[in-house]
Design a protein around this ligand. Structure first.
Ligand code: MLT
Length: 406
C-alpha cells in the first residue's frame, strides 16, 4: 500500500498549531507569565443574545418529535440561503440567487476543498503573504511541485508579492495561472483592493479562462466605500469567480462553525458547470451543516442580529485602532487595520520568528510571524483586534515598554 506522499512535502506543522505549541511550552516554563493572545484570529466576545436565543430554540425543536430535523439538505436550508442572497448580495445589486449559495461548516474547509474541482495540472497563483490554507491544500493534492526550503517557495506556485513597496497591491503575473486565490480584505496584511484594482483581476481571469477563488471572510470590517463587499459587485465576476464567506469573523461563530460558498451558474470551464460539480461534491462528501447552526445563521440576518453583530465588529475595530495607533506612535511601520481586524507591522532588521520569540518572552504577547504566511511576509508580524479591549490596551503598553524599536 502507498500513502499520499504529498503530505510529507509539507514543511513543519500548520502555522497556528506551531504557534499554539510554542506558547504552551513557554507557559509551562513560565507559570507566572500572564500571556495576552493576539495571534490566531479567534474571536473573544460571546455569541450575541438574539443568536443565542435562536440556538436555544433550535435545540428545543430537536427535542420535540413534531419539530425534529434529521439530515439537513446537503446544500443548505432554503431559509438561510434566501436570507443570504437577499441581504449579502441582492441588496448590493449583485445578481446572486439562493440556489447559487452552498452552506457549509466554514470558509476554511471550503477554501481547502475547492481545489478538488480542478485538474492536478492546474497552476495556482497566490498573494504572498497569504492565508496558508490555500497553498497547503494544493500541496496535499500534489499540485505545487517541489519545495525550495531556502526560498520558502514551491516550484509550480505563482507568487504575487504584496509588500509595502507595492502598497500590498499584487501585479498581474508573467505566467498565466489557472486558479487565482485572492483574499480581500487580505489575511494577514489587513490591506484591501479597491473595486478598480479588483476589476483588473476579474478582466484578467475572464480573458485567460482562469478562475478567481475569492475569500471574503473579513468583508464585515470594510468601511471604505471603494472596497467592494463581494466580488460579484464587479461586472464580469459571475463568469470567473467563486466567493467564500464565513460567520466566524462577523458573528463570532469560530466555535459554532458555519460558512458558505457562492458559485454562479455562469461559471463554466471546459464546457462544465463548476456549480454542478460543487453540488455533486457536497452531495457525496457532506451531509449538510446542522439545523441548529443554520437557525443561528438565520438569526445573524435578523434585525436584532444585524445590530448586535455591528456592535461586536465596532468593538474589535476599536481594538484594531488601538494597536495601529499605539504602534505607529511608537515608531513602527504599520499597515492594514482600517478595513480589517488585522494590523501588519514591519519588524525592521529582526526576522518574524525572532520578533515572535522576543515579544512572547519580554512582553508576554502572542502574535503571528509574517513569514508563516509566505516568504514576502518575512520581517513582518500580524496582531489581531479580536482580543478583549483591556488586553489590547495592555498588550500595546507592554510592547511599547519592552520592545525598543530597532
Ligand atoms: C487566522 O488567524 O488567520 C485565522 O483565524 C485562521 C482562520 O480563520 O482559519
Amino acid at each position: 500500500m502507498k500513502i499520499n506522499h504529498n503530505y510529507q512535502k509539507l514543511p513543519g506543522s500548520y502555522l497556528f498549531s506551531t504557534i499554539a505549541k510554542k506558547v504552551a511550552d513557554y507557559s509551562r516554563e513560565h507559570k507566572e507569565a500572564r500571556i495576552i493572545r493576539l495571534g490566531i484570529g479567534d474571536v473573544t466576545l460571546p455569541i450575541a443574545p438574539s443568536i443565542v436565543k435562536a440556538l436555544h430554540e433550535a435545540v428545543d425543536e430537536m427535542g420535540d418529535a413534531a419539530a425534529f430535523h434529521g439530515y439537513a439538505p446537503d446544500l443548505g436550508y432554503a431559509f438561510l440561503r434566501e436570507a443570504i442572497a437577499k441581504t449579502d448580495y441582492q441588496r448590493l445589486g449583485c445578481s446572486i440567487s439562493a440556489d447559487e449559495i452552498f452552506i457549509s461548516d466554514g470558509a476554511k474547509c471550503d477554501c481547502g476543498n475547492i481545489q478538488e474541482l480542478f485538474s492536478n495540472e492546474a497552476r495556482i497563483a497566490v498573494c504572498d503573504p497569504v492565508y496558508p490554507v490555500y497553498v497547503d491544500s494544493n500541496v496535499m493534492a500534489g499540485r505545487t511541485g517541489e519545495y525550495d526550503a531556502d526560498k520558502g517557495t514551491w516550484s509550480r506556485v505563482i507568487y504575487l508579492p504584496c509588500t509595502k513597496e507595492n502598497g500590498f497591491v499584487p501585479d498581474l503575473p508573467k505566467e498565466v495561472p489557472d486558479l487565482i486565490y485572492l483574499c480581500n480584505p487580505n489575511n494577514p496584511t489587513g490591506t484591501t483592493l479597491t473595486r478598480k484594482q479588483l476589476q483588473v483581476w476579474v478582466d484578467y481571469a475572464n480573458e485567460h479562462d482562469a478562475v478567481l477563488l475569492y475569500d471574503a471572510a473579513y468583508e464585515a470590517y470594510i468601511r471604505d466605500e471603494e472596497v467592494p463587499h463581494s466580488i460579484f459587485e464587479l461586472p464580469g465576476a459571475r463568469a470567473c469567480a467563486i466567493e467564500f464567506r464565513s460567520f466566524s469573523k462577523n458573528a463570532g461563530f469560530t466555535g459554532v462553525r458555519l460558512g458558505f460558498t457562492v458559485i454562479p451558474k455562469d461559471l463554466i470551464r471546459e464546457g462544465v458547470s463548476l456549480h454542478t460539480m460543487w453540488a455533486r461534491r457536497h452531495g457525496t462528501k457532506y451531509n449538510g451543516a446542522p439545523y441548529i447552526q443554520q437557525k443561528a445563521g438565520l438569526a445573524v440576518y435578523g434585525e436584532e442580529g444585524q445590530k448586535e453583530i455591528q456592535e461586536q465588529i465596532q468593538y474589535y475595530m476599536r481594538n484594531t485602532r488601538t494597536i495601529y495607533e499605539g504602534l505607529k506612535e511608537a515608531g513602527y511601520a504599520v499597515f492594514g487595520g482600517v478595513n480589517s481586524p488585522y494590523v501588519w507591522l514591519h519588524t525592521g532588521e529582526m526576522s518574524s520568528w525572532a520578533f515572535f520569540d522576543e515579544l512572547l518572552d519580554k512582553a508576554h504577547v502572542v502574535g503571528t510571524p509574517g513569514s508563516g504566511f509566505g516568504p514576502e511576509g518575512e520581517h513582518y508580524f500580524r496582531l489581531t483586534g479580536f482580543g478583549s479591549y483591556e488586553d489590547t490596551v495592555q498588550a500595546v503598553e507592554r510592547i511599547k515598554k519592552t520592545l525598543a524599536l530597532r
